[in-house]
Design a protein. Structure first.
Length: 120
């Protein structure tokens, strides 16, 4: 039986630890859930196209993707998207109408994760 070791990428490891710490400090479950999703193997991690984000969000909403955002489709709403990874085209398209940030930046801006939804 293979022992699960979690992420081997040092930056991802520290992000997961930071998320878990923030979850217990602020008593907010969403950070714990994002950390659990990021600990999964890469092939199981969430991958979301802009088309799906556009369909599932309202204007001025903040969403988090515990995985990668791809540039498929267009984004017609002003949203803030926080994710672990973005494709180049996704960053360009999001920044035209909204804002693309890292999960760490979102934790600093909004430690209580108020009005944040997970998409993916």
């Amino acid at each position: 039986m293979v022992k699960r070791t979690g992420p081997t990428n040092p930056m991802l490891k520290s992000l997961v630890e930071e998320l878990k710490k923030k979850s217990s400090q602020e008593k907010v479950q969403i950070w714990k859930r994002v950390a659990d999703d990021l600990e999964k193997p890469t092939r199981i991690r969430r991958v979301v196209n802009l088309l799906r984000i556009n369909k599932n969000v309202k204007d001025n909403e903040t969403i988090i993707v515990p995985g990668k955002v791809l540039g498929g489709g267009e984004l017609g709403r002003k949203v803030t998207v926080a994710a672990y990874q973005f494709s180049e085209s996704a960053i360009d398209k999001i920044n035209k109408v909204g804002k693309a940030i890292t999960i760490s930046e979102l934790m600093k801006e909004n430690p209580k994760a108020s009005k944040v939804r997970i998409i993916g």
